[in-house]
Every structure is written in structure tokens, then in C-alpha cells.
Design a binder for this molecule. Structure first.
Ligand code: 6GU
Length: 225
């Protein structure tokens, strides 16, 4: 899979893909992540990538031209399955979308900023508009890191324990059960006896009950919806 990220703040995306599982996924060639600075495609001498909104109003708007030049260049090099715009007024991001994105070959992610982007970008270049939740970020970069993380860990071979993505919260529509590791007692805080019993069937049953209990309490909407 190849992911091209278009941003005016490439520095914000230097960290997230340089550690741990994502770093290894890149090093092993499971995914190629390319961050592009939109400013490199500005055609004016001040490298300006935004401008005042027609009709007035507060806030700058990201201009069509540099983003169009960049997407056209990329589209000449390969076919893209989706060109995603990250924006608080997009479709809500879920595990279902992460699963879908993980099946694709090449995607472009455009990080929004300021008051938004010129609507003509959304109308003519973008295939999907995504929000990661009902709150407002200063820009789409951190949302891009979240989406890339959630997608890349699903690529076959990326997780060392191949089954671990299958037991995720949300993958089976229940939150995960509590987990424990050694020591069995820490300053009087005990691990539930059942987990030390070696009875696999009973442990499985206990985990399911705990998942259900947690979900009913914290996310009843996940059960009743
Ligand atoms: Cl994708 N972008 C911004 N700027 N804010 C958000 C968001 C995205 N998702 C939730 N809030």
C-alpha cells in the first residue's frame, strides 16, 4: 500500500511513522508513506498557499492551484483508489472505514487547515471527506496520523501476532475485556482467580462477560444501535 499525505505542516508528520509498529511496517515494505509539502507547489514568489475568502469573512482559505498541481503530478505516476480530505465536517471515521482503507492500493490524504479549502478542490479532486470525531482540531495532520496508524496495523503481516487485530475493541462490536500480567498480586491488588485457573473455556466465558459488561456501561450505543 502507498499513502501520500498532502500538508502545509510536514514537520507534524515526522514523528508518528518513525516509531514502533509503523516504523517497522515502513522498513519492511508493507506500506510506503510519502509526506508532501503543499507549499513546494505554490506558484507565487512568497510561496503563499492560502488567501482571503471571496465574499469576506474571517479566516484564510487554502488555494486550489498548489493542491491541484500536486494531485495531478501524483495521479500521472499511479492510479489512486481514494483521495481523502480530512475535515471536521466530513463523514465520521470508524473501524469499518479503517478496514476498507486497508484493502486499497494507493490513497492520497489531504490535510485541511484554516477556514477550509476552496470548495472546487472538494468538488473536483476529492473522493471522500472524513472527520475523526465531533471536536475541532487546528488541522488535519494529527487526524492523518490516526488514520494511517489504524489502517497500517491492519495490513497483513504488520502485527506480529496475526490474531491480535481480530480481538480488537470495535472489530467484534464489543469493547475489549480487562487484561493482566505478572505479578499475580501487587501490593494486595489481585488478578482475578479465573485467569490463573488454566481453564480456557471458563476464561473465554469470563472475558466475553467482561466485554459485554464494559460495553453496556461505557458504550451502550454499540449494543442497541
Ligand atoms: Cl479530520 N480535521 C480537523 N481540523 N478537525 C477535526 C477533524 C479533522 N476530525 C475531527 N476534528
Amino acid at each position: 500500500m502507498r499513502i501520500d499525505i498532502l500538508t502545509i505542516l510536514p514537520g507534524l508528520l515526522e514523528g508518528p511513522f518513525s516509531e514502533s509498529i509503523l516504523k517497522r511496517a515502513v522498513a519492511r515494505g508493507f506500506v510506503e508513506i510519502v509526506v508532501h509539502n503543499i507549499r513546494d507547489y505554490a506558484q507565487n514568489k512568497h510561496k503563499q498557499v492560502d488567501d482571503y475568502a471571496f465574499g469576506g469573512g474571517a479566516g484564510m482559505v487554502m488555494s486550489v492551484e498548489p493542491i491541484h498541481l500536486l494531485t495531478e503530478k501524483l495521479k500521472k505516476e499511479r492510479r489512486y483508489d481514494e483521495i481523502i480530505f480530512l475535515t471536521p465536517d466530513g463523514e465520521k471515521y470508524t473501524q469499518k472505514l479503517a478496514n476498507y482503507f486497508s484493502t486499497l492500493g494507493n490513497i492520497i490524504i489531504l490535510c485541511g487547515h484554516y477556514k477550509g479549502v476552496d470548495q472546487r478542490i472538494r468538488d473536483h479532486l476529492i473522493t471522500r471527506e472524513i472527520s475523526i470525531g465531533d471536536y475541532v482540531l487546528t488541522g488535519g495532520e494529527l487526524a492523518a496520523a490516526i488514520i494511517v496508524d489504524s489502517v497500517v496495523r491492519l495490513l497483513p503481516g504488520v502485527l506480529t501476532d496475526e490474531t491480535s487485530a481480530l480481538t480488537d475493541s470495535f472489530q467484534d462490536n464489543l469493547l475489549s475485556p480487562p487484561v493482566y500480567t505478572r505479578p499475580a498480586t501487587y501490593k494486595g491488588w489481585k488478578v482475578p482467580e479465573i485467569l490463573l485457573s488454566g481453564n480456557a473455556a471458563e476464561i473465554e466465558k469470563w472475558r466475553f462477560e467482561k466485554s459485554l459488561e464494559r460495553t453496556k456501561k461505557i458504550r451502550p450505543d454499540m449494543i442497541s444501535d
